[in-house]
Each structure stands twice: as structure tokens, then as C-alpha cells.
Design a protein around this ligand. Structure first.
Ligand SMILES: *Cc1c(COP(=O)(O)O)cnc(C)c1O
Length: 431
């Protein structure tokens, strides 16, 4: 399969280039030249397939010809070794729980798959590969967990000291093995700048094999399409399906659009956002106006310039009318989010995390405007315990930590303190 940059359709990139580069030099984003359409036989037997079987078949459609089939099988089944149950919360609505992976958020799908694919791509290189990643919290732990114990790869995470939650810090700093956490005396922006400088430093480039595992890597979108198929398979045949996707950088929603292009019959996608309403506003007005991000209680979606918008636009022939046919968009305040969490807890007992609550609000708004002749699937992107303070305060309940989080919380933090000076990072990497 060949890939192209959204800024230049003329040049073709191999899977290896697209995945190891992460970003094209022209600042576009990689997309497949042709999204593979899955055969009718795949859909006929979809209902009897496990998530892991879906993962293997969809991965094979993207990777065959570049990766031997037995390696695709291993990459996909090792990466997706947890479930994504569809939990009904009403007659016609269900939550698709994407938080049963090791870091309890849907980012495990993308990060674990990307890690195994990168490990396969660099397996014959004589040098160890170092993955450099800057994080403001969740991405770092998903990426670190994804690469944990993967042979031939070292992971160096930069995070801003004192600016991630205590639990997030434990998740980042207690893994050990091939994972090192650098605690930077600076902000997330400083961490990101240092990583960017590392990638253009000639000496580092010649002496170390550095790769980025950034959030817009195309290899993260492929596995994020798996659960759309799997969820659809669990609905009543014949009833149209609508997906509501709580969105920030819009990777998850882009993966849904890819699933539809692969042949999944989805009636509509709902882009549900918090106060960072850039895409819903675009769908209204046709104008894309990025803005500084606003802080909310669904903070993993506090994005003022959604990086995957460029892909969404390209996948709809850069036309707002075409995008409107596929996607409806709504945004909600923190107050509405808290009210939804409370109302749902009262009516069904289901504990929503703030992101899932935004998703459910979007689904309900869509039904108000379009009628209710469909089955609604809301992506529940994180375990509520990841947002323990907000959930406990809103619902007035005590939320126990799931075992994986409790275990991380009990371990001893192990970080390398570093100033925000790039030279210090360079010395560290050359040591
Ligand atoms: C990252 C994240 C999102 C947003 O996903 P995008 O693909 O960036 O739109 C939503 N919820 C949670 C819990 C997240 O971690």
C-alpha cells in the first residue's frame, strides 16, 4: 500500500516511510492512496467474529504486501489482547467501552498496534531504536505501555514536572525496563520543543536512530477502525447505526470514516466536543478557525487546533457539504456534561467519564434533530476512574481504582530530572 501527504498527492510513500517518518516534511498528514474495501464475505460473517479476528482481517487489508501475513497476525493479536464490550444503557443506545486496555483509555488501541508495527519495521536495523515522545499526560503512558518490553526499542518520555496528575505521573515513571521518563523543569510546550530539536540535530541524527511516535502517525488510525466493525456486529441487523465520538484531535472520528470507506454501513457520525467547538463550528459555518484551547473537565479533548482535521477534510474531497452528509457536530459545556453524568447515573446506574458524557449528549442532540429510528453507539473513551476527582465530586460517590491503576499508584516514582535546555537532552541521549 502506498501513502501520500495531504499537501502533495503526487509523491508516494511506502508503509515504512509513512510510519517511521510520522509526519511528511511538507507538514501535511499521511493517508492511504486507496482505502481498501473489505469483501462482502467479511461483512457476512462479521457477527461471528471476535475483536481479535476483525483486527487481523482489517490489518491484513492495509499491510499485506508490506508485512508477511504471519507477522500481521502476531502484531494485531498481540496489540489487541483485550475486549471492547458494547454496554446497553437504554433501548436504543449503548456505550462502546474502549477502556479495557492497560492504560484504561482507547489510546491503547493505537499505541499498542503502532509499537508492534514499528518494532517489526526496525527489527533488522543494527542500532537500537529510540522512541522520543513528549506528553502532557495520557499519550505518554499509552505509548510507553505500548512499547513496554518490545525488543530493540528504547522509549524516552519527556513530561512537564508538576503538570501531570499524580496518577498519570505514576503511570509514566514506574514501568522500568526499556522505558525512561525525563521529568522536565518546564511546560509541555518545552517538552515538545526539545523533541522537535532532537529530530533536526545533525549529530543526534547520525549517532542515534530516533523515531517519533506522535499522535498523528497513520499506524494509530488503522487499529482505531477495528472497534467500529466490532460494535456494529453486535447490533440488530437492519437497524441503521449512528456513532457518537467524543473528539479532541479527531483521530478517533477519522478512523470511523475510514471504517465506513472500507464498507461499514454507518448512517452518520456525531462529532461531540466540549467547549473547544472548532469542528462543530466548521460544520455550521464552513469556516475552520483554530483557537487557543479552553480548559474543561473532559481535558483529553481540550484541543483548539485539531490535527486530524486536515485528514477529515481530505477524506471528504475538501468540501464542507460532503462532510455534513457524513458528520453532525455538537459542543457542550462542563455544566451540561456534569448534568448528563448525574442524570445517567440516576436513571441507569451507569458511571460515565466526562468524555463519554459529552459523547452521549451529542447522540441525544442528534436524535432530537433527526428522529430516533436508529441504534446509537457512543464511544466511551476512558475508564471513569481515570478522572476520579471529577467523577467522585459530580456523582458524590467513592470510585475505587481499578487494579491496574492501583498497582501503578503503589509503585515508586522513578524519573530523571532535567532542565528544559535541549543540550541536556542531547547529552542524555548520547550517553
Ligand atoms: C485522546 C482522547 C479523546 C480524543 O480523541 P481524539 O482522537 O483526539 O479526538 C477523547 N477521550 C479521551 C479519554 C482521550 O484520551
Amino acid at each position: 500500500m502506498k501513502f501520500y501527504s495531504t499537501k502533495n498527492a503526487a509523491e508516494a510513500f511506502s508503509l515504512r516511510d509513512a510510519v517511521l517518518k510520522g509526519l511528511p516534511d511538507d507538514k501535511g498528514l499521511f493517508l492511504p492512496e486507496q482505502v481498501p474495501v473489505l469483501p462482502g464475505s467479511f461483512f457476512l460473517s462479521l457477527q461471528s467474529k471476535t475483536l481479535s479476528e476483525v483486527a487481523v482481517e482489517v490489518s491484513t487489508a492495509f499491510l499485506k504486501g508490506d508485512v508477511p501475513e504471519e507477522d500481521i497476525l502476531r502484531i494485531a493479536t498481540d496489540a489487541i489482547n483485550f475486549e471492547a464490550p458494547l454496554v446497553k444503557i437504554g433501548g436504543k443506545t449503548a456505550m462502546l467501552e474502549l477502556f479495557h486496555g492497560p492504560t484504561l483509555a482507547f489510546k491503547d488501541f493505537g499505541a499498542r498496534f503502532m509499537a508492534r508495527l514499528i518494532a517489526w519495521l526496525v527489527k533488522d536495523s543494527k542500532q537500537k531504536t529510540t522512541i522520543l515522545v513528549a506528553t502532557s499526560g495520557d499519550t505518554g503512558s499509552a505509548v510507553a505501555n505500548g512499547f513496554y518490553g518490545v525488543e530493540g526499542i528504547d522509549v524516552v518520555i519527556l513530561y512537564p514536572s508538576g503538570m501531570v496528575s499524580p496518577l498519570q505521573e505514576k503511570q509514566l515513571t514506574t514501568l522500568g525496563k526499556n522505558i525512561t521518563a525525563l521529568e522536565i523543569k518546564g511546560t509541555f510546550d518545552d517538552c515538545q520543543r526539545m523533541v522537535k530539536e532532537a529530530f533536526v540535530d545533525p549529530e543526534l541524527k547520525s549517532r542515534r536512530s530516533l523515531t517519533s511516535a506522535n499522535s498523528i502517525n497513520i499506524s494509530r488510525l488503522i487499529p482505531q477502525s477495528f472497534y467500529y466493525f466490532h460494535a456494529y456486529a453486535q447490533t440488530e441487523p437492519g437497524t441503521p447505526v449512528v456513532f457518537s465520538v467524543p473528539s479532541g484531535n479527531f483521530g478517533n472520528l477519522t478512523a470511523g470514516i475510514l471504517a465506513k470507506k472500507m464498507g461499514l454501513p454507518v448512517r452518520k457520525f456525531v462529532a461531540s466536543t466540549n467547549a473547544n467547538a472548532i469542528v462543530p463550528a466548521y460544520l455550521q459555518s464552513g469556516n475552520f478557525n483554530p483557537a487557543p484551547s479552553v480548559q474543561t473537565i473532559s481535558n483529553a479533548m481540550d484541543v483548539g487546533n485539531p490535527s486530524n482535521f486536515e485528514r477529515l477534510l481530505q477524506l471528504h474531497d475538501r468540501s464542507v457539504e460532503r462532510m455534513r452528509k457524513e458528520i453532525s457536530g455538537y459542543s457542550f459545556s462542563d455544566e451540561q456534561t456534569r448534568e448528563k453524568m448525574k442524570a445517567e447515573y440516576r436513571s441507569s446506574g451507569y458511571i460515565l467519564d466526562p468524555h463519554g458524557a459529552v459523547g452521549l449528549l451529542g447522540m441525544e442532540q442528534y436524535a432530537v434533530e433527526n428522529g430516533e429510528d436508529f441504534f446509537g453507539i457512543v464511544l466511551e473513551t476512558a475508564h471513569p476512574a481515570k478522572f476520579k476527582e471529577v467523577v467522585e465530586e459530580t456523582l458524590q460517590i467513592a470510585l475505587p481504582l481499578p487494579p491496574a491503576l492501583a498497582e501503578a499508584a503503589s509503585r515508586k516514582k522513578n524519573s530523571v530530572p532535567l532542565s528544559k535546555d535541549f543540550q541536556k537532552l542531547k547529552e542524555f541521549l548520547l550517553r
